[in-house]
Structures are given as C-alpha cells and as structure tokens.
Design a protein around this ligand. Structure first.
Ligand SMILES: *[C@@H]1O[C@H](CO)[C@@H](O)[C@H](O)[C@H]1NC(C)=O
Ligand SMILES: *[C@@H]1O[C@H](CO)[C@@H](O)[C@H](O)[C@H]1NC(C)=O
Ligand SMILES: *[C@@H]1O[C@H](CO)[C@@H](O)[C@H](O)[C@H]1NC(C)=O
Ligand SMILES: *[C@@H]1O[C@H](CO)[C@@H](O)[C@H](O)[C@H]1NC(C)=O
Ligand SMILES: *[C@@H]1O[C@H](CO)[C@@H](O)[C@H](O)[C@H]1NC(C)=O
Length: 243
C-alpha cells in the first residue's frame, strides 16, 4: 500500500498550510525543489527531519509559524527561511550548501549551525524572550567564513552593546536597534569590525552610536532612515553622534 505522498514523484513545488503530517509512512519527493510549510505540525518528533531527508533535490525551504524544535539535514538546500510562532526552540541545521538563512525569532542557546559554513546571506530578527547574552549572537556572526550580507533587525529590543565582527562581510543592514520615544530613549552601541564592509544601511530611529572600525566603508553607501516626531536639539545631537 502506498501513501498519497509516495506517488508525487514529479512534484517540484509544495505548499502546505495548517495541517498535521504523519511521517510514519516513508516520504519520497525526489523532484521537490521548493517547500513551504505554514502552521504545519508533525505527528512524530522527528517528522520534519524525515520529511526533508525524503526530498533529495530540495533547494528552498520556508517554514512559517513553526511550533516544533527543528532539526534538519540536507546537502541540497540553498535557502531556508524560518519563522517561529510562540514557544521558541533551538534549531539544528546541517546543510553544507546553504547560502541564505532567514531567521525570525529564534533561540541561540543549544542551536547548532556549525555545518552551514557556506552561508553568504544571513538575516536575523531578534526576539526579547530568547535573547539574554549578546555574545552568542556575536559568536554566530563571526563564525560564518563566507558571510557577505547580514541583516539584523533588533525589533526594538534594548540591546546595550553589540559587536558585529566578520572578516568577509560586505554589506550590513541594521533595523530597529535601540528605542526612542518622546519621553525616553535608550542608546545602543554597535561596534562593527569588518574590513571588507562596503555598504551599511540603518533603518530606524537614531538611538544608537555606531563605531565602524577598519573598513572600506568610505567607498560605500550609508543610508539612514529616521522618522522622529520632532526634530529637536536632542535629535540633532544624536544625529551628530551617530555620524
Ligand atoms: C553541531 O553539529 C555538528 C554536525 O553538524 C556536530 O559535529 C557537532 O558535534 C555539533 N555540536 C554540538 C555542540 O552539538
Ligand atoms: C548581497 O546583497 C547584494 C545587494 O543586496 C546582492 O547584490 C548580492 O548578490 C548579495 N550577495 C549574495 C551572496 O547573495
Ligand atoms: C541575498 O540577499 C540579497 C538581498 O539582501 C538578494 O538580492 C540575494 O539574491 C540573496 N542571495 C542569495 C544567494 O539568496
Ligand atoms: C554607549 O556609548 C556612550 C558614549 O560613548 C556611553 O555614554 C554609553 O554609556 C554607552 N552605553 C552603554 C549601554 O554602554
Ligand atoms: C521611533 O520613534 C517613534 C516616534 O518617536 C516611535 O513611535 C517608535 O516606536 C520608535 N521606534 C523605535 C525602533 O524606537
């Protein structure tokens, strides 16, 4: 007897929404290249792991509203996007050809991305409840030997000091770091150590100071988007400190 999924030999794109998958059947989707799972649960703990193992051509994986701990092993995956819903869990990804990783709300502790050495694009949205010690984030960023583009969205999380250090990094996008309102603002100090950096972009309020050390940034671009309600003296001072 075959399960419905076993006959889908030629499927290249699969999108599943709001279902519960039973992976006690063997899963074999040899042609699948793109998989999108939104609010999908698995009846078995290792369900996702088995599912991905059964997709040897999979290049692009998007998992939205993930509820499980995620463990993956794949040599074909090039792009992974993960978005967690409520209870954030660590992730273990072993994907040696992965080039782009987008993480939205994710826990660093007990996560293991050490096999993903080929990552060139990394995008992280931080979340308050999973973030205590910035050193785990700093270690992660400095680890990837081929990282070119980094996007870090602090999601208004009040980090105090953060050091972004990577030898290969060319482009850095920071978003929503620091916090600013009419009555209160908290400074964030960002130190960037990236000798090959040529592009830096900041989106958000200017409640941070940035020190960029030893880079080619003078040849690059600097984009600052700031939309304060009032352009007062304080704002101006912060702007000058920022530049
Ligand atoms: C992380 O994963 C790699 C394999 O991808 C493994 O060799 C290593 O032992 C793991 N590290 C930890 C701390 O579990
Ligand atoms: C990094 O970003 C730039 C601009 O967004 C893009 O042109 C370039 O291809 C990216 N690098 C990689 C490895 O994707
Ligand atoms: C990396 O991200 C940039 C935009 O930030 C995009 O243009 C590029 O295609 C991405 N590269 C890969 C390999 O996904
Ligand atoms: C950030 O740097 C400013 C100026 O150098 C300093 O006054 C402030 O205390 C620093 N903030 C933190 C959280 O270390
Ligand atoms: C930026 O400032 C506006 C108004 O002053 C405020 O509503 C918003 O929450 C601030 N954003 C951040 C990231 O601090």
């Amino acid at each position: 007897m075959y399960s419905w999924i076993e006959v889908l030999l030629y499927l290249t794109i699969l999108e599943l929404e709001g279902s519960d998958l039973d992976t006690s059947y063997s899963i074999r989707l040899p042609a699948l290249k793109t998989l999108l799972l939104d609010r999908v649960g698995f009846k078995q703990n290792d369900g996702m792991f088995k599912f991905v193992l059964g997709c040897p051509s999979l290049e692009k994986l998007m998992v939205l509203n993930l509820v499980h701990q995620l463990r993956l092993q794949s040599t074909s995956l090039k792009f992974i996007q993960l978005g967690y819903r409520a209870n954030i869990e660590p992730i273990q990804i072993e994907a040696i050809n992965l080039e782009s990783l987008i993480l939205n709300g994710f826990i660093f502790e007990n996560s293991n991305l050490s096999a993903c050495k080929a990552i060139k694009n990394l995008s992280i949205v931080l979340a308050e409840y999973n973030f205590e010690d910035p050193s785990s984030l700093e270690d992660l960023i400095s680890y990837f030997p081929h990282l070119e583009n980094l996007t870090l969205d602090c999601d208004e999380l009040t980090l105090e000091n953060i050091k972004i250090s990577n030898q290969q990094l060319r482009s850095l996008d920071l978003e929503n770091c620091g916090y600013y309102s009419e009555t209160d603002y908290r400074m964030v100090n960002v130190t960037v150590l990236a000798p090959k950096l040529t592009s830096f972009c900041y989106k958000g309020n200017i409640s941070l100071t940035i020190v960029v050390e030893s880079s080619d940034l003078l040849n690059g671009e600097l984009v600052i988007l700031d939309r304060p309600k009032k352009y007062d003296a304080n704002w101006f001072t912060r702007m000058m400190n920022f530049l």
